[in-house]
Design a protein around this ligand. Structure first.
Ligand code: PLP
Length: 449
C-alpha cells in the first residue's frame, strides 16, 4: 500500500475502479440518495497535500480539491493539529447563545481581508448555501426592500432562498415548485460567447443597459431592490470571470440606488485567485461578501462578512446552532495563517505559470475553445468546432474520465468546461503533470470528432 506522504505524483496500481472501490460503489448505489452527481468512481481514503489515495492504494493528483474546498491541501499538518487540539478541548457550545474566543478572532481577521474603510461584522454558517441564505435575509433586513437581481449561469446554493438566485442548471430547480418571488435574472458577461462581440475587458455593457433601461424601468423600481448578487468569477457556470468594468459599474448602480452589492466568493475566495477575494482584482468594495468552501480546509464553515452599518440586525433576527464551532474556527485560523503566509502568493505564481503553460492550447488543440480564469481557478472550454463554438459536453466528459484513468482528478463546470481548482500549494512539477495529462486527453478526445 502506498503512503501518500511519500508521493508527489500519481501512481495507479489497479484497474479503475479497483476491487475495494467496486464493493463500496455497490453499497453506495443501495443506500445513498441518487441525487448526488458523481462523474467517476473515485472512492477516497486518505490525502496529503495535492495527492489523494483511494481505497485500493491508487494515488491521484488532485486538481479538484473537494470542489475547491481543500485550499491548504489535504490534511495539512498545521490544520490537522489545530483541529485535534481544539477537538480535545471543546467541540461545541453554540455561538448563538454563548461566546468563544476564536469566534471574534476569526471574524476580525476575515473582516480585515474585505476591502473598504468601514469596519466589518461577520455571521458564521455551516455552508455556502447558508451564507447566501443569510445574505438574502440581511439585504432585505438592511434595506427594508425585497427584490433581488441575480445572473444566469450563477450558482448560489440549493436551499430554497439560494436556489431562487441560482440559475445554473434547470435540473437543480425542476420538481421543487415555486421559489422565492421578486427575483429577476439577467445575463452574465460571458466574453467567449459575447453576443455583441466584446472582449474580456468590455463584455457586458449591454447587460447593464438592460438592467437600468429595462428591468429598472419596466419590472422593478430600483428603490424596491434589496440586493444584486454576483459571482465575480462564475464557478459552477464554467469558470467565467466578469470584466473589471462590469463589477465596478454594478457597484456604481448599487450605490446610486441604495442596493446591497453582494458578492458570492464561496468558490472564488480564500486566496484561490492570488488575492483573498476574486472581486479584489476589480477594486470593488462590496456591501456583503459570502464565503465558505476554502475557508477551513474542508471543515464545514461559511461566513457572511458585511459592512458594520449593514449588519445591524437585532438579537434573534438570525441565528444557527452549529454554524461556526470551535473546531471549524481552529481549522479556519490555521488555514488563514497558511494562505496569508504562503499559499495566496503560490496561487498567484502557479496560476501565472499554468496560464503560461496553457497559452497555446487554443492553437494546438482544435477542441479547446477558451482558457480563462485567474490564479488557480482555471476553466478550459471544450468545443466541437472553434469557429462555431459548438459546445462539446460529450468530449468534456470524456476528458474528465480519461484524466481520472491517468491519475489526474479534475471536474467539469458548466455544460462543456473543465475546471482546474487544485489545492493552493501545488508546485511546478504537479502543474506540469496536470498540463501534460490534459494534453494527452485532448489528443485522445480530439480523435473522436
Ligand atoms: N455559491 C457558490 C459560488 C458555490 O460554488 C457554491 C457551491 O458550489 C455555493 C454557493 C453553495 O455552497 P454549499 O454547497 O456549501 O452550500
Amino acid at each position: 500500500m502506498l503512503t501518500t506522504l511519500e508521493v508527489k505524483a500519481p501512481r495507479l496500481v489497479t484497474a479503475l475502479p479497483g476491487p475495494n472501490a467496486k464493493r463500496i460503489l455497490e453499497q453506495d448505489a443501495k443506500f445513498m440518495s441518487p441525487s448526488y452527481t458523481r462523474d467517476y468512481p473515485l472512492v477516497a481514503k486518505r490525502g496529503h497535500g495535492a495527492i489523494v489515495e483511494d481505497v485500493d492504494g491508487n494515488a491521484f493528483l488532485d486538481f479538484a480539491a473537494g470542489i475547491a474546498v481543500c485550499s491548504t491541501g489535504h490534511c495539512h499538518p498545521k490544520v490537522v493539529s489545530a483541529i485535534q487540539k481544539q477537538a480535545a478541548e471543546l467541540i461545541h457550545m453554540s455561538g448563538t447563545d454563548f461566546y468563544y474566543e476564536s469566534m471574534p478572532q476569526l471574524a476580525e481577521r476575515l473582516g480585515r481581508t474585505m476591502p473598504g474603510a468601514e469596519a466589518k461584522k461577520v455571521f458564521f454558517t455551516n455552508s455556502g448555501t447558508e451564507a447566501i441564505e443569510g445574505a438574502i435575509k440581511l439585504a432585505r433586513y438592511a434595506t427594508k426592500r425585497d427584490k433581488m437581481i441575480a445572473f444566469y449561469g450563477c450558482f448560489h446554493g440549493r436551499s430554497m432562498g439560494a436556489l431562487s438566485l441560482t440559475a445554473s442548471k434547470s435540473t437543480q430547480r425542476k420538481g421543487f415548485g415555486a421559489l422565492l418571488s421578486g427575483i429577476e435574472h439577467i445575463p452574465y458577461p460571458y466574453a467567449y460567447r459575447c453576443a455583441h462581440g466584446h472582449t474580456g475587458e468590455t463584455c457586458g455593457a449591454e447587460i447593464l443597459e438592460q438592467l437600468e433601461g429595462q428591468i429598472f424601468k419596466r419590472l422593478f423600481d430600483p428603490e424596491d431592490v434589496a440586493g444584486i448578487i454576483i459571482e465575480p468569477i462564475q464557478g459552477e457556470g464554467g469558470y467565467v470571470p466578469a470584466p473589471k468594468f462590469f463589477l465596478q459599474e454594478l457597484q456604481r448602480i448599487c450605490r446610486q440606488h441604495g442596493i446591497m452589492f453582494i458578492v458570492d466568493e464561496v468558490q472564488s475566495g480564500m486566496g484561490r485567485t492570488g488575492k483573498w477575494w476574486a472581486s479584489e482584482h476589480s477594486g470593488i468594495e462590496p456591501d456583503i461578501l459570502c464565503s465558505a468552501k476554502g475557508i477551513a480546509s474542508g471543515m464545514p464553515l461559511g461566513a457572511i462578512i458585511a459592512r458594520e452599518s449593514v449588519m445591524r440586525w437585532k438579537p434573534g433576527a438570525h441565528g444557527t446552532i452549529f454554524g461556526g464551532n470551535p473546531v471549524c474556527f481552529a481549522a479556519a485560523l490555521a488555514t488563514m495563517d497558511l494562505i496569508e503566509g504562503e499559499y495566496k502568493e503560490n496561487a498567484h505564481r502557479m496560476g501565472d505559470y499554468l496560464f503560461g503553460r496553457l497559452a497555446d492550447w487554443t492553437k494546438n488543440f482544435k477542441i479547446v475553445g477558451d482558457v480563462r480564469g485567474r490564479g488557480l481557478m482555471i476553466g478550459i472550454e471544450i468545443v466541437r468546432d472553434q469557429r462555431t463554438k459548438e459546445k462539446a459536453a460529450d468530449l468534456r466528459n470524456l476528458i474528465v474520465d480519461l484524466a481520472f484513468h491517468k491519475g489526474l482528478l479534475v471536474l467539469g463546470a458548466g455544460e462543456n468546461t473543465i475546471r482546474l481548482s487544485p489545492p493552493l500549494l501545488i508546485d511546478q512539477e504537479q502543474a506540469d503533470f496536470a498540463a501534460r495529462t490534459l494534453e494527452d486527453c485532448f489528443r485522445e478526445a480530439g480523435k473522436k470528432i
